[in-house]
Design a protein around this ligand. Structure first.
Ligand code: DCP
Ligand code: MG
Length: 390
């Protein structure tokens, strides 16, 4: 039997945190609502049974908006904005504290509902998933509608779905008609529907890259698709330059990562401003320690250990360098990951400012079996090292 054409869906919940909170406080429906306060913004139950909610205009502090309802977005409020800034735009909007246990609960509910229809799923975080619909029966639109209905029935919440030949296009598609959207994109639609969009709509082109592209006169995806490969390589490095061009053409072959067993875990941070290896040494060191602690925590939660530790650096000119080394024994401790990462970093010429720092642990095994020491293989002493430069 020939393999069916790829049909990948991206599902993203609408104004997720805010929508979950509206289930509990339906009286707030239709009003601008911002999520991001702390316990001080907890609603107060009045003697007559009504609730008194905090207003943005009364907020003082350094908190940021995690999300806002579409009514609040219409006033200019957006995720990651300081709450005091949001208060200038929407002083009358209601402010609620975050309630992570509730969001996690509804996240599980919607994912379980979706899995009942489309079990091939890549979990991308609290409110988004990719689905492989390729082997399911039925046309994409009714299938996606059934998934939306199942999500609503299980949670009372709406989501937006994009269906396309790959993850990159599906992710753009799910955002095209938010909220409560359902967008089907074929390879033939790229020119008409994707090329007019700003380059920022491509997942993987952040504010810095789009700023740089704008300096080259490239603002729309279509302009990027027609850009000169050599110029892109020169400005963004070989791998990122080639990726930019392929992405703009709607090409993306990445498979869904559906396996429950991870092959590697990684954490990375893009800095708000590019950091200098010497002048910002302390900041970088603190970031590295933070990444290693998070990784150790990830490994311990997944009950696995890894033998290969790698670092990834992206320089100001977008060049990416990775270094890794393989330990004699698998580890899941922050201290060992940190030691190995520092070892890797010593092998990178640090002459330029850094945009990004990442650490990866691979060659994972379940913690129970990872305990047994392996006999060193031929040519492998304490550390086997593989340097790669992309
Ligand atoms: N979130 C956050 N901080 C951010 C962005 C998002 O804490 N800077 C949280 C709150 C969101 C949730 O993650 O509800 C999901 O993020 P989305 O980007 O999908 O945003 P929403 O689901 O809120 O809105 P949309 O309807 O645009 O998907
Ligand atoms: Mg969302």
């Amino acid at each position: 039997m020939s393999t069916p054409p790829r049909r990948i869906a991206h599902l993203d919940m609408d104004a997720f945190y805010a929508s979950v909170d509206l289930l509990r406080y339906p009286e707030l429906r239709g009003r601008p609502l911002v999520i991001g306060g702390s316990s001080a913004q907890q609603p107060v139950l009045l003697a007559d049974g009504r609730r008194r909610f905090a207003r943005l205009r009364d907020y003082v502090g350094r908190g940021v908006v995690t999300t806002a309802t579409y009514e609040a977005r219409a006033l200019g409020v957006s995720s990651a904005m300081g709450i005091m800034m949001a208060a200038r735009l929407a002083p009358e909007a209601i402010l609620l504290p975050v309630d992570f246990p509730a969001y996690r609960h509804y996240s599980r509910l919607f994912k379980t509902a979706v899995a009942g229809i489309a079990p091939d799923c890549e979990d991308r975080g609290i409110d988004e998933i990719y689905l492989d619909l390729s082997r399911l029966a039925g046309d994409s639109r009714p299938l996606a509608q059934r998934i939306k209905d199942a999500v609503r029935q299980a949670t009372g919440l709406s989501c937006s779905i994009g269906v396309a030949p790959n993850k990159l296009l599906a992710k753009i598609a799910s955002d095209l008609d938010k909220p409560d959207g359902l967008t089907i994109l074929g390879a033939d639609d790229v020119r008409q529907r994707i090329w007019p969009l700003p380059v920022r709509k491509i997942n993987g082109i952040g504010p810095k890259a789009s700023e740089r592209l704008a300096l080259l006169g490239i603002e729309r995806i279509g302009q990027l698709a027609e850009a000169d490969a050599g110029v892109l390589r020169q400005h963004f490095g070989r791998s990122y330059g080639a990726w930019l061009l392929a992405a703009a053409k709607g090409i993306d072959e990445r498979p869904l990562i559906t396996a429950a067993e991870p092959k590697s875990v990684s954490r990375e941070t893009t800095f708000e401003r590019d950091l200098h290896p010497r002048d910002d040494r302390e900041t970088l060191s603190a970031v590295l320690v933070g990444l290693c602690c998070k990784l150790a925590d990830d490994l311990q939660r997944k009950r696995c250990r890894g033998r290969t530790i790698g670092v990834k650096l992206r320089f100001a000119d977008f060049r990416v360098v990775t270094r890794d080394l393989t330990l004699a024994l698998a580890t899941d401790t922050a201290a060992e990951i940190l030691r190995a990462s520092r070892e890797c970093l010593r092998r990178v010429p640090l002459e330029q400012r850094l945009r990004l720092l990442g650490v990866r642990v691979s060659a994972l095994a379940a913690a129970a079996t990872a305990d047994t020491p392996r006999l060193p293989q031929q040519g492998e002493l304490e550390l086997r090292e593989r340097d790669r430069q992309r």
